[in-house]
Design a protein around this ligand. Structure first.
Ligand code: C2O
Ligand code: CU
Ligand code: CU
Length: 525
């Protein structure tokens, strides 16, 4: 099934006409002019606003085994820069979108309705969308396949089974060639698969269990998002936002807190530590609780990765401010305040003593951690490369996938099999957070050595740094085609994404394009 470059070029002549009109060329215009930036003097100041937490979505209907949700993509505005209203795109009016909490084993049906204006206010592209639940083992037709589009005025029901082990994941737009701008406009939110059995760990819960959705933004001098970028290396903002608020503050009791962190920046990788240099504990990686907590002083975190950490504030005297810092990593554009993320202000008074623990063992039984190394490991190798300004995987792009009429696949693992995949980044000049849809895995090695201790957990996104080679062990759950891409959104859209196909033994895989969005008529919903 995998086409070589040569056979693909020849085949393209035949299928090219049938392929979906590619919006790619139109989006390139953004490279030419760069609008004037909002001067730093007018940008928001760090630590002037409180942290907010997006609302938890209430199901419209709940049956004994399924929660039904309705989520509308719609424009909104927010005062991110004092005195300016920035146009954003939201899920249900909230940026980030509402948090969806799914109990493991209960199904979710989420109806996403595209009520965006017909075209993007700045870039004028057609406002189509695709919704991906990043970190779930969704069937191909519910995985937010980049070319499975919901046009304005259309909706699609995504069916997610939530049979995965508990994990802190996120949903975000994945529309072909416009993913990064759609996400930068606000189309992203958290989704938590929770397992009642985790209660036995007595980890912080309720108000002490907080999702932190980190992103960054750059503004034009008219207060709108700066979405024109000078090259295709990435988009780095000069304002850091947490849950949509610039450098917020949060009051904390003198006790433990669980923070479910996602790096939702388009391109910025982070190197997180506390200003006090005190250690904190990593309790979960992308796809679930780790075998045992890992104490760290700093954490490198690329786009799309999640870490759940527990920070213990009991050692600080009331009045202490602990800043979550971002020590800058190479090849990330840094600005005056991008070395800070948010501040925790320790308060005195009553401390809630309940659920204030981190046990010494968490979930060694999570499947990704128990995957056996294949006796004769099949190693698939992927080179990440820049070619003529474009980003590629082994020289291929999503454009090639479109031109092949979605037939071009980079790998064909068998359902239920475990395989070793190797990602290689020979460049010294940039990193690529590689994300494999449809497969939980774990990192076997980084440059031939053990992964960082805090990376030893179930994962789906892997930081392939400058001059690094990673080996990953993965298991493939559902037959069908899934995307593989770099999670630097600018690389992803230009056009560092390919697909692979999980081959069924008896069953045929579902076609990711088999369940098209429908016209939305029922205004009452
Ligand atoms: Cu978070 Cu394919 O994406
Ligand atoms: Cu994903
Ligand atoms: Cu990349």
């Amino acid at each position: 099934m995998a086409l070589s470059r040569r056979s693909f070029v020849q085949g393209a002549v035949a299928v090219g006409a049938a392929a979906v009109a590619a919006p790619f060329v139109a989006s390139r215009g953004a490279e030419s002019g760069v609008a004037p930036r909002m001067p730093e003097s007018r940008l928001p100041k760090p630590f002037t606003r409180p942290l907010t937490v997006p609302p938890v979505l209430t199901p419209t209907v709940a049956t004994p085994n399924t929660d039904y949700h309705v989520i509308r993509m719609m424009p909104t505005t927010a005062e991110l820069v004092p005195g300016y209203r920035t146009q954003l795109w939201s899920y249900n009016g909230s940026v980030p979108g509402p948090t969806i909490v799914a109990q493991r084993g209960r199904k979710t049906v989420a109806r996403f309705i595209n009520q965006l204006p017909a075209s993007h206010p700045q870039l004028a592209y057609q406002s189509y969308a695709s919704v991906h639940l990043h970190g779930a083992m969704s069937k191909p037709q519910y995985d937010g396949y980049a070319s499975d589009l919901i046009q304005p005025g259309y909706f699609k029901d995504y069916r997610w089974d939530n049979t995965e082990c508990a994990r802190s994941i996120w949903y975000h737009d994945h529309a072909v060639h416009h993913t990064w701008t759609n996400v930068a406009m606000g189309l992203a939110g958290r989704y938590l698969i929770v397992d009642p059995d985790d209660a036995k760990f007595n980890l912080p819960t309720g108000p002490f269990d907080v999702s932190l959705h980190i992103s960054d933004a750059m503004f034009r001098d008219d207060g709108q998002l700066a979405l024109d970028i000078p090259d295709l290396k990435g988009s780095w903002g000069d304002v850091i936002l947490v849950n949509g608020t610039p450098w917020p503050t949060m009051q904390v009791q003198r006790r433990k807190y669980r923070f479910r962190i996602v790096n939702g920046c388009v391109s910025r990788s982070m190197f997180l530590r506390l200003s006090t240099n005190e250690p904190f504990q990593v309790i979960a990686t992308d796809a679930g609780l780790v075998p045992k907590p890992v104490s760290v002083r700093a954490l490198r975190m690329s786009n799309g990765e999640r870490y759940d950490v527990v920070v213990d504030f009991s050692k600080y005297t009331p009045g202490t401010r602990v800043v979550l810092r971002n020590d800058s990593l190479p090849y990330n554009d840094g600005y005056t305040h991008t070395n800070k993320v948010m501040a925790f202000d320790v308060i005195g008074g009553q401390v809630d003593p309940r659920n204030n623990q981190v046990p010494s063992q968490l979930r060694p039984e999570n499947e990704a951690m128990r995957l056996p190394l294949p006796v004769v490991p099949k190693v698939r190798r992927f080179r990440t490369e820049r070619q003529g300004g474009e980003w590629t995987i082994d020289g291929y792009t999503w454009h090639d996938v479109i031109d092949s009429n979605y037939q071009l696949v980079a790998a064909t693992p068998i359902v239920g099999d475990t395989e070793v995949w190797e990602f290689h980044n020979s460049s010294g000049g940039w990193s690529h957070p590689m994300h494999v849809h449809g497969a939980d895995g774990r990192l076997l090695s980084r440059n031939g050595r053990s992964p960082y201790p805090y990376e030893v957990g179930p994962k789906d996104t892997y930081y392939v740094g400058e001059n690094e080679t990673l080996r990953i062990l993965m298991k493939f759950e559902h037959p069908g085609k899934y995307m593989i891409h770099c999670h630097n959104g600018v690389h992803e859209d230009h056009d560092m994404m390919v697909q692979y196909e999980v081959v069924g033994l008896t069953e045929q895989g579902d076609d990711p394009l088999s369940e098209a969005a429908e016209v939305y008529q029922d205004q009452s919903l």
